[in-house]
Design a binder for this molecule. Structure first.
Ligand SMILES: [Zn+2]
Length: 206
């Protein structure tokens, strides 16, 4: 298939799939050959035609995404951090917990801050396992926190004492089938090692 043919609308899905699923190295090599993207001169030299440079520039974003995806799959083999591809998106939105679940969290906490037990009326919903590690807003990981604890904890991981506490708290929530106590424990442990740093002090309210 020529590049011109491949660029047609009817192959749009295939192109999207290639970018989304990453490109197998062998396939990619053949694709480059088919599209005559470069010609080899000497062993370590290759020439990219002006036309193709223009093409690469025009599709820079898609190509960067494909490369990032490959990189994320590669990195994913070496650590436990969840959703590496998601983290490569430049502007990851941090979704808020929905109103109903937020209110339920506050009600179950008896209008007290999860960390310092201070009674209050206004609470932030804190990502117990930090957003910067988890990149997800899920009910089982969200706790009401007073302004002071919320800003002091920021994106740190809280001590094991609070892990036990959130596990107890989660028993009172209706959670999806994917949640379990061991899942929570392993996420906390992976975050401690992979994100927080094993030798770093964990956060606790003063
Ligand atoms: Zn507090």
């Amino acid at each position: 298939m020529t590049k011109k043919e491949y660029s047609k609308d009817k192959h749009k899905d295939v192109r999207t799939r290639l970018v989304k699923d990453g490109i197998n190295t062998t396939v990619f090599k053949l694709l480059l050959k088919d599209c005559n993207i470069y010609t080899r001169t000497k062993l370590y030299t290759f020439i990219i035609s002006k036309e193709n440079v223009k093409y690469l520039k025009e599709h820079k974003n898609q190509l960067t995404k494909a490369l990032n995806h490959e990189l994320s799959l590669f990195l994913g083999r070496f650590n436990n951090s969840p959703d590496i591809p998601g983290k490569l998106e430049e502007k990851q939105k941090r979704p808020a917990l929905n109103k109903i679940d937020s209110l339920e969290n506050v009600r179950i906490a008896k209008n007290r801050c999860f960390y310092c037990n201070e009674k209050g009326t206004e609470f932030a919903q804190d990502h117990f396992i930090p957003w910067n590690y988890i990149y997800a807003t899920e009910k089982h990981n969200m706790v009401p926190a007073c302004t002071s604890c919320n800003s002091s904890k920021h994106d740190k991981l809280a001590t094991e004492h609070f892990l036990d506490k959130i596990i107890q708290r989660n028993k009172k929530l209706e959670l999806s089938a994917g949640y379990s106590e061991s899942f929570m424990k392993s996420q906390w442990e992976n975050c401690r090692i992979g994100y927080h740093g094993e030798d770093e002090l964990l956060w606790q309210n003063a």
